[in-house]
Design a protein around this ligand. Structure first.
Ligand SMILES: Cc1ncc(COP(=O)(O)O)c(C=O)c1O
Length: 382
C-alpha cells in the first residue's frame, strides 16, 4: 500500500528471475552469471586487510579518497587517453552500477530521453526509469555484429534526447565499437547536442589483438562524455563495489554533491585496495584474459557444433550470444528447457530487451570443465 509507483513500475531483472528458477535444481552448470570465477588477487585483498588494521574505516570524501582519484587519473591518461584531467574530473562510485545511476540523475531531467542500444545490460532501462527519464531502445542486429549504427540513432533522435548510452565491449553481445564508429557517434553527439554515457567495464577483455577505444578520448569530446568504469570485472572484485566516472568538472562536481544522498562515499577499505589494484602488478588480469581466450574458443566452437544453433565470435567481454531461433521456440522457452532437462543455466536474450528474442546469453567466466560438461549435456539434449 505504501510502495511507490516508481518502485512498482521499475522493470524486474530477467537475469535474477532465471537464477530464482535455477535454485530449484541440483547439479546445475551455471553459465548465467556475469561474474569472473577467479578470486580477487591476493595483493588487493591484503591491501584491504592492511587498511582495516590501520583503522582506515571512517567516511571518505564524497568523491573518493584523493590517492585513489590520483591513481585513476594516471590510469585514465595512460590507458584510455583521457589526458589533461585532474582529480576534479573523477568520482569514485559504488560500482559501475551506481556510476550510471548517478550519471543519469545528474544529467537528465524528468521527461528527457535516453537512447539505449538493445540487447544491452538490463539495468540501463531500470536506471533511466529510476532517474525519471524515458528510455528509448534502439535495436542492434546480428547481421551488424550487434554494433549500433548512426542511422539507427538518428531515427530516434528528438529535441528531448539528452543521453546516449554505449557499452563497448558489450554485455551481452560482445560487440566492440571501432574508433571510426565512435568518431561518427561522437560527431552526432556534438551536432545534436546530447551526452554520451560510455560504460566500459569489459575494456580489458577484447579478442583478436584489437585495442579498446574510449570515446571520451576522441578529439573535441570533452564535455560530451561521461566515461564509466569499474574494478568488478578487471580485477574480479564484483563484491567490493567500486567503480568510477570521468567527465567534465561541472558535471562531476554535481555528481559529488548528489553522492551525499546516495551513499556518502564508497566503503573505505575497498577504496584503499583499489589503489593497489591500479598501482600493483597487472599479471592477474592478464591471466584472466588468457583463460577467457581459451574458454571463448571452447564455448563458441561447442555451441556452433550443436544442431540449429549458431554463435558469432564475441569481439570482447566474456559472453557468448548464440542465435537459437531455428529451434522455433522463444528464448525464454529454450532457457527454461535447457535448465529443466540439462540443468544448464543461461539467460534468455529477452532479459536484455525485446531485440534479444531468438538469442541466449552464456557467460564463459566459468571453468573449462563446466563449459565442456554443459556442451556435452546440450549435445545429448538437442
Ligand atoms: C555492462 C555492465 N555495466 C555495468 C555493470 C555493473 O558493474 P559493477 O559491478 O561495477 O556495478 C555490469 C555488471 O555486470 C555490466 O555488465
Amino acid at each position: 500500500m505504501f510502495v511507490s509507483t516508481r518502485a512498482l513500475s521499475n522493470p524486474p531483472s530477467g537475469i535474477r528471475a532465471m537464477f530464482a528458477k535455477a535454485a530449484h535444481y541440483d547439479n546445475v552448470l551455471n553459465l548465467g552469471i556475469g561474474e569472473p570465477d577467479f578470486p580477487t588477487p591476493m595483493n588487493i585483498r591484503e591491501s584491504a586487510i592492511n587498511a582495516l588494521k590501520k583503522g582506515l574505516t571512517k567516511y571518505t570524501p564524497n568523491a573518493g579518497i584523493l590517492d585513489l582519484r590520483n591513481a585513476l587519473m594516471g590510469k585514465l591518461a595512460r590507458e584510455n587517453g583521457l589526458k589533461g584531467s585532474g582529480v576534479e574530473n573523477i568520482i569514485v562510485t559504488t560500482g559501475a552500477c551506481e556510476a550510471i545511476t548517478l550519471s543519469l540523475f545528474t544529467v537528465t531531467d524528468p521527461g528527457d530521453e535516453v537512447i539505449v542500444p538493445v540487447p544491452s545490460w538490463s539495468n540501463y532501462i531500470g536506471q533511466v526509469h529510476l532517474a525519471g527519464a524515458k528510455a528509448v531502445p534502439v535495436a542492434t542486429f546480428e547481421k551488424d555484429k550487434f554494433h549500433i549504427t548512426v542511422e539507427a540513432i538518428k531515427e530516434v533522435l528528438t529535441e528531448k534526447t539528452k543521453v546516449l548510452v554505449i557499452n563497448t565491449p558489450s554485455n551481452p553481445t560482445g560487440a566492440v565499437l571501432s574508433k571510426e564508429e565512435l568518431i561518427e557517434i561522437g560527431s552526432l553527439a556534438k551536432k545534436y547536442n546530447f551526452m554520451i554515457i560510455s560504460d566500459e567495464p569489459y575494456e580489458k577483455f577484447i579478442y583478436g589483438g584489437r585495442d579498446h577505444v574510449s570515446i571520451g578520448s576522441l578529439e573535441g569530446m570533452e564535455g560530451y562524455v561521461l566515461t564509466v568504469n569499474s574494478f568488478s570485472k578487471t580485477y574480479s572484485m564484483t563484491g567490493w563495489r567500486v567503480g568510477y566516472v570521468h567527465g567534465s568538472s561541472d558535471i562531476v562536481s554535481s555528481m559529488v554533491k548528489l553522492q551525499e544522498n546516495f551513499s556518502s562515499c564508497v566503503n573505505t577499505p575497498s577504496q584503499y585496495a583499489c589503489i593497489d589494484a591500479l598501482n600493483g602488478s597487472q599479471d592477474a588480469t592478464e591471466k584472466m584474459f588468457e583463460s577467457y581466450v581459451v574458454r571463448r574458443n571452447l564455448i563458441v566452437e561447442g555451441l556452433n557444433s550443436l544442431p540449429e544453433i549458431s554463435c558469432l565470435w564475441p569481439e570482447g567481454s566474456f559472453y557468448a550470444f548464440p542465435n537459437i531461433s531455428r529451434l522455433k521456440k522463444s528464448s525464454e522457452e529454450v532457457a527454461i528447457e535447457w535448465l529443466e532437462k540439462s540443468q544448464v543455466v543461461t539467460v534468455p536474450g529477452t532479459a536484455f530487451g525485446a531485440a534479444g528474442e531468438g538469442f541466449l546469453r552464456l557467460s564463459f567466466a566459468a571453468s573449462v570443465e563446466v563449459i565442456e560438461e554443459a556442451i556435452e549435456r546440450l549435445k545429448l539434449l538437442l
